[in-house]
Write a protein that binds this ligand. Sequence first.
Ligand SMILES: Nc1ncnc2c1ncn2[C@@H]1O[C@H](COP(=O)(O)OP(=O)(O)OP(=O)(O)O)[C@@H](O)[C@H]1O
Length: 233
Amino acid sequence: MLDVSNLQAAYGASQVLYDVSLRVGEGEVVTLLGRNGMGKTTTVRSVMGLMTPLSGEIMLGARPVAGATPEAVARLGVGLVPEGRQVFPTLSVRENLVATAANRLKRPDPWTLERVYALFPRLRERAAQVAGTLSGGEQQMLAVGRALMTNPRLLILDEATEGLAPVIRAEIWACIRALKAEGQSILLIDKNLAVLKRLATRHYIIEKGRTVWQGSSAELERDAAEVQRYVGL
Ligand SMILES: Nc1ncnc2c1ncn2[C@@H]1O[C@H](COP(=O)(O)OP(=O)(O)OP(=O)(O)O)[C@@H](O)[C@H]1O
C-alpha cells in the first residue's frame, strides 16, 4: 500500500529527514512515533506531495510518488487529517464534507454524508453551522469525516487527538477502531502509546529524521525502556 524507503527531505538548506523508512500494508494500522520536531509531519508532507524529497522512494502500491503533486497523491487515494485540523472555517459542516468528496477508486460502498453522520452524530446536529465556530473536538471530527468522504485507500491522521478533551479523544479512538474493523489502511501519528499499542499492529519510531526502531505491539512492550527513551517527554 505505502512503502517509504530511505527518505531524505529538507526545508531549504536545513535537512530534516535523513533516512526514514516505513510501510503500511493493506488493511493495516501502523503508527509513526517520535518526540516533537523529529520529522513526523515532514514525512507526512513528503508522502502527500506537499514537498519534494531530496532522495529516497515513496511507493503507493506499484506507483512511485516521490515528487508527485498533492492532487496526484489524492487521486491515488491518500486521505489526510492534517495536524491542527484545518477545516474550511467559513463553510458549513455539510459543505466541508462535500467540498472534496470523491470516489475515485470506485468503492462499491462509498462514504456518504449519512455514513459520516452515523459515525459522528454531532456533525449531523451541526450540519448547517459554519465550521469555524465549532469546538476543537467537533472540528477534529469534521476533519476526519472530510478525509473519509474522499474514500481513501490510505488514511493518514497527524496528531488527530492532540489537545482534545478525554471524552472527545475517546470518540476519535472509537472511530479509528471502527475504521480498522472495516479494513481501512491507516497511518497514525500520535503520542498516546497505551491506546496505540492496542489499536495498531506495527510501529515505527523516528528520531532526528531517521527510523531508529520498528516492531509489533508485542515488541513495543518488550522494548519498553528503549521506546520510552525515544518517545518519552
Ligand atoms: N516550514 C519549515 N521550515 C523550516 N523548518 C521546518 C519547517 N517545518 C518544520 N521544520 C523543522 O523540521 C523539523 C521536523 O519538524 P516536523 O514538523 O516534521 O516534526 P514532528 O516530528 O512532526 O514534530 P511535531 O510533533 O512537533 O509536529 C523540526 O526541527 C522543525 O523545526
